[in-house]
Design a protein around this ligand. Sequence first.
Ligand code: PGA
Length: 263
Amino acid sequence: MATTRRPLIAGNWKMNLNHLQSIAFVQKLAWALKDKKFNGQEVEVGVFPPFTDLRSVQTLINADDLPLTLGAQDLSVHDEGAHTGDISGSFLSALECTYVLVGHSERRADHHEDDDTCAGKVQAALRNGLTPILCVGETTEDLEKFGASKVPVDQLSAVLSAIPQGSDIVVAYEPVWAIGSGQAATPDQAEDVCRALRETIRTLHGDDAAESTRILYGGSVKSTNIAGFMKRENIDGALVGGASLDVDEFVAIARFPQHVSVE
Ligand code: PGA
């Protein structure tokens, strides 16, 4: 983590918690952050609920001025029209979402989203004033065939070539084999790929973009391993799945600066 980039801890709830459960959860989360004297200036914490929860969570964040930013898990490549079931980026910005995930491996697998689709979604996010969090990562087979960096670097290059230099994006490196498996990458493995991703940004979008873009690690992040990742130069935060649904765990992850020096 470089001091110039504000760390982002992003909680991807996936398809968990309905809107009633989301209200109870965010209230508990807000209380626990306050109780533990969480410093929102130092670390940014984002929550990524399902679409049906967004309005409820937005209302809570606004009413109590909670130290949380809001994001969605997906968006359409289109802004409006005959696209049954899809959600426009303009609807997400109207709900004051700051971020939107693009190309999570579960969407690439379940919905056959390829690099062209991801590029279209990143463009749609930017067009609507949202910051896309582009997820990239290799499967076990990719790892065996090509090593760790090639697939994530190719996925990132495909999107960077489709958007103007200076576009504000976040990148999340999530090895598919580490997601939900309890088997996180080691900090060394994650740092190597995140460094390669940053160099890809440098080559395609220049030094300023390379220095300012936040690159997150995701895949079985917990309170017991976050410190190891956050100590590394090229890792600026985490995309957290399972552990983001446990208030105490998630708060402990968000408070990593308190345990980063003692590990
Ligand atoms: P996990 O999921 O933390 O449960 O491994 C991460 C993600 O899919 O974003």
